[in-house]
Design a protein around this ligand. Structure first.
Ligand SMILES: Nc1ncnc2c1ncn2[C@@H]1O[C@H](COP(=O)(O)OP(=O)(O)OP(=O)(O)O)[C@@H](O)[C@H]1O
Ligand SMILES: [Mg+2]
Length: 246
């Protein structure tokens, strides 16, 4: 793993109407590490992920990927987009079979048929949906759909993976399964992960770095151990101890 940054943010701001929902003076995501984003509901966590994933433009500010400012040429934006994948808070699946949901992105990336088959079969086994490969995705249970949405992103082996509460509403065994997959992807492929979670135990378990947001403001960022054991800000301290009132 390297210590270089993969994403840098400068003076970022997002307004919806006249309401500023996100303000980040400066933030850095280290390449090859798992970074957790924590903070109360409405703090701007999902908004930040959407902006970093190039789904929404910021109202103000600059974002750098690999030390280069976001390109404006369409082909370059597309190339950058392909390096990144997002699993949304409200998972959405394609109206096709479980198998095709997993194969779709790999086919779009024009991977060889053999490689697609191998990757899809392997992940189907891992997430326990091998016998349901022909089932329509929209008939899966909530937990199965969530596992599939997660696997669809993992199977692409992106350089950057954005996850917005991917394990909320899952039973403990499935939480553990997805966490293992995530760590494996990070270790084997060097994938950089940005991970929003409300589960502070999970954040401590999985992440190397942590960013804490409150009311749209980046309050504190640093090594996960420091944020949870010796935070610099009172607000962070209150939040990680579960004592923040909001
Ligand atoms: N499209 C939009 N139009 C207007 N306001 C929005 C829009 N999207 C988000 N917001 C507002 O921006 C603020 C931040 O929302 P965001 O979804 O980023 O919060 P969050 O930290 O992800 O919260 P949660 O933990 O509940 O998912 C909220 O007050 C939300 O209502
Ligand atoms: Mg959210």
């Amino acid at each position: 793993m390297t210590n270089s940054s993969i994403i840098k943010v400068n003076n970022l701001s997002k307004l919806y109407g006249s309401k500023e929902v996100l303000r980040v003076a400066e933030a850095v995501v280290r390449r090859g590490y798992i970074t957790g984003i924590i903070g109360p509901s409405g703090a701007g966590k999902s908004t930040l992920l959407r902006i970093l994933n190039l789904l929404e433009p910021p109202s103000r500010g600059d974002i750098f990927y690999y030390d280069r400012i976001v390109p404006t040429a369409k082909a370059e934006v597309m190339a950058l987009r392909r390096k990144m994948t997002m699993v949304f808070q409200k998972s959405f699946l394609l109206e096709m079979s479980v198998y095709d949901n997993l194969a779709y992105g790999l086919r779009a990336r024009k991977l060889p048929a053999e490689e697609i088959k191998k990757r899809v079969e392997t992940i189907l086994e891992t997430i326990g949906l091998a016998t349901q490969r022909k089932q329509r995705a929209n008939t899966l249970s909530g937990g199965e759909a969530q596992r599939l949405a997660f696997a669809r992103a993992v199977v692409l082996r992106p350089e950057i993976l954005f996850l917005d509460e991917p394990t909320a509403n899952l039973d403990p065994a499935n939480v553990e399964l997805l966490e293992r997959l995530l760590v494996q992807l990070n270790q084997d492929c060097g994938t950089t992960v940005l991970f929003v979670t409300h589960n502070l135990f999970q954040a401590q378990r999985l992440t190397h770095d942590t960013i804490f947001f409150c009311q749209g403001e980046l309050v504190e960022a640093g090594a996960t151990e420091q944020i949870f054991t010796a935070p610099h800000c009172e607000q962070t301290d209150a939040f990680v101890r579960g004592k923040m009132i909001y």
